[in-house]
Design a protein around this ligand. Structure first.
Ligand code: UTP
Length: 228
């Protein structure tokens, strides 16, 4: 299968623990060894939030803050590249064309962000659409899509499956600033819908959940096109 994996910065690098990054690389290597073609997009996590908060206090505007966020996503991508070694692109591709070309060559592109005003979820969804991915795996700090914020509401229920239209309705109401608990950002949800993509949202704190998502046997949420 062609698979694009979005790895939240808060699950890959909540701290700079090399073992966690190594464990992610090992799962991606195993998936490649079993014949899947992969692309990866890495988020900025708490480090991006710290930089953004500091620069916001200094008076930087939102586009400038996005630039800082993108820089940190690419730093985190380089960490995963360090663990993947020869299998990965030597540096994070800076746009979708370069990432698609890398996949065509048989390299594993590890991207960060691309342009201001969205997040790496949207980059991953766009790459998935561009390479006609069979599956988009969103490895996040939230273990799936819930009907309410599970960190605020003890009665929140996790969907085993959700249609793209309902997903868009759900995330439209959630504030999208850094620190929000939205499982997927709105733009990503819209790209998933228009591309008719299949996606899975899993708890990324355990990289084995990414392998489980590809195997179709996971505890997260399947996002399915509305016509299915
Ligand atoms: P993330 O994709 O990491 O945000 O981008 P996130 O989803 O809130 O965090 P984690 O990693 O899943 O925990 C961090 C910030 O970088 C900028 C945005 O400001 C975003 O909030 N960014 C990122 C962009 O502007 N463009 C991009 O393509 C990616």
């Amino acid at each position: 299968m062609n698979v694009v994996v979005s790895v939240g910065g808060s699950v890959l690098a909540p701290d700079l623990d090399p073992e966690r990054v190594r464990a992610y690389a090992a799962v991606l290597e195993d998936l490649e060894a079993s014949g899947h073609r992969l692309g990866a997009v890495v988020g900025g996590g708490p480090t991006a939030r710290e930089y953004i908060a500091a620069a916001r206090a200094l008076g930087a505007n939102e586009i400038a803050l996005d630039g800082l966020g993108i820089a940190v996503t690419r730093l985190n991508a380089r960490l995963l590249i360090a663990a993947l070694g020869e299998r990965a692109t030597t540096a994070p591709p800076e746009d979708l064309d370069a990432a698609r070309e890398a996949m065509r060559r048989g390299d594993l592109p590890v991207m960060g962000g691309t342009a201001p005003a969205h997040t790496t979820d949207a980059v991953a969804a766009s790459l998935a659409e561009y390479v006609d991915a069979d599956l988009l795996v969103l490895a996040t700090s939230v273990p799936g899509v819930y009907d309410a914020d599970p960190t605020q509401d003890a009665d929140a229920i996790k969907y085993a499956e959700i249609g793209t239209g309902e997903l868009i309705d759900l995330v439209t109401d959630i504030e999208m600033d850094a620190g929000s608990n939205a499982p997927v950002d709105l733009l990503a949800a819209k790209v998933i819908e228009r591309g008719g993509l299949r996606a899975v949202v899993v708890d990324g704190t355990d990289p084995e959940n990414v392998a489980a998502a590809v195997a179709g046997d996971h505890d997260g949420t399947d996002v399915v096109p509305d016509d299915e």
